[in-house]
Write a protein that binds this ligand. Sequence first.
Ligand code: KG4
Ligand code: ZN
Length: 360
Amino acid sequence: MTQALTILGLESSCDDTAAAILRHAPGGAAEILSSVVYGQTALHADFGGVVPEIAARAHAEKLDLCVEQALAEAGVGLGDLDAVAVTAGPGLIGGVLSGVMCAKGLAAGAGLPLIGVNHLAGHALTARMTDQVDFPYLALLVSGGHCQFLIVRGHDDYTRLGGTIDDAPGEAFDKTAKLLGLPQPGGPAVEAAALAGDARRFRFPRPLLDRDGCDMSFSGLKTALRRARDELVDVQGGLTATDIADLSAGFQSAVCDVLVEKSRRALAEAGVPVLAVAGGVAANGPIRAGLTTLCASEGVRFVAPPQRYCTDNAAMIAWAGLERFRAGQFDDMTLAARPRWPLDARAEPMLGSGRKGAKA
Ligand code: KG4
Ligand code: ZN
């Protein structure tokens, strides 16, 4: 199909309600006409994690508003759209259901095709939307809910090379921040604290580096950090600012070493010319720098999309929907919401990546 397409994307699989309008003509760059995201961080702040029931209700309340705002900001009406694309999984089922029901209503009401999108495909294909990356390439998804390497050979053709067997890295950053008395989301707070720290004072483990393959583990790292913190608290009665900075730096450097070394192995296995990252943790300066250096030394192009498209958003869902539209892949009113939906159905089920319900 060669025509220009205008797609409405909807995302509600975790703790962000989002709608976006994307326009694309073959051969050109994607135009993101609007990308609206209502985060729910404040709603879940008292609970130490995302509460599925609260998330689902907030999505149901905000989806219509999000769509209205996305249409208004883009200056288009429902009649200008070619399709509605919606995250149909994986994720927290109440949120995914809210999005799928909203998309079905819009598609039926406006007489538009409906396209169900895998949330992880949205992340994995973002580099094509922002940087026009060609297949095949290696995608590294690193967020609060996801951590995996995928060889992306087509919009519907993924091979998972490995992923976390327990916590996602963002989850580890968030738990570390909590242990150190830093604010949420933990990633930016730990990164800021680490700036003044000495990464060599605490030598934290680099889990699974001694094992072949691309699987990763971050929960032992968190336990090591907790132990180091508890020892300091026992001896001194609390943590000094220097302790917090050094613990943050030591932790961040361990995560960075693991991600960089596992990326090296994944690149060697994949044999592709591009590494593209997505997910909130891809915002981390030292991690970005480590991956940039790795790619330079391996002769591989490194693509890190802008932060607002690395974290959960609906533009990536509209883009993934557009790729399905061009391949003639549409859904109908039987589209189901799926809590689990691995991109690579041949791979072993993943054990971890669970806090935000993004099990895949
Ligand atoms: O992709 P995202 O917005 O949401 C999902 O988890 O799907 O990622 C959020 C995660 C949080 O755990 C947050 O702490 C982490 O990304 N994060 C960071 C940084 N900014 C956000 N982690 C490390 N360094 C950062 N600068
Ligand atoms: Zn996500």
